[in-house]
Write a protein that binds this ligand. Sequence first.
Ligand SMILES: CC(C)(COP(=O)(O)OP(=O)(O)OC[C@H]1O[C@@H](n2cnc3c(N)ncnc32)[C@H](O)[C@@H]1OP(=O)(O)O)[C@@H](O)C(=O)NCCC(=O)NCCS
Length: 114
Amino acid sequence: MWIGSVDAIAVVAVRGSDLVGFALLNRDELALCYVAPEALYQGVGKGLLRAIESLALSRGVSALRLDSTRTARDFYARNGFSVSGPVQVWAGLEGAPMVKHLTAEPSPLPAGCR
Ligand SMILES: CC(C)(COP(=O)(O)OP(=O)(O)OC[C@H]1O[C@@H](n2cnc3c(N)ncnc32)[C@H](O)[C@@H]1OP(=O)(O)O)[C@@H](O)C(=O)NCCC(=O)NCCS
């Protein structure tokens, strides 16, 4: 449903012919952000996040929301997000609501994102 939403916009990270990352902006929410295991901890996630923030700004979003998995919470905190409410459990998975107030001017998409 998220991917098919008319309001959603996807960003992918590619390395050669391989898709190594995928993120989805749905209105003011970062709905999905996933990096392939072989590409973890090499800056792909940060690049996806920068691209999503840039797209969100260009669409007039001033506060970008997300529900973070437990494992990704530190990643988002390091990238400017703050916990904005109590942890929710959905389908057995914990999600911590987080928000980042966007103030910078939109920047070009990082290399490798389109
Ligand atoms: C969260 C996620 C998107 C981050 O992607 P990533 O490409 O690994 O992120 P980056 O490489 O940009 O940044 C990772 C950081 O961890 C650091 N790191 C390096 N090795 C590490 C290790 N072995 N373990 C943990 N962190 C490590 C990196 O140096 C970097 O630090 P920095 O932010 O201070 O620069 C990715 O881990 C992921 O797909 N997780 C599983 C799915 C998930 O939970 N998604 C979130 C849904 S809300």
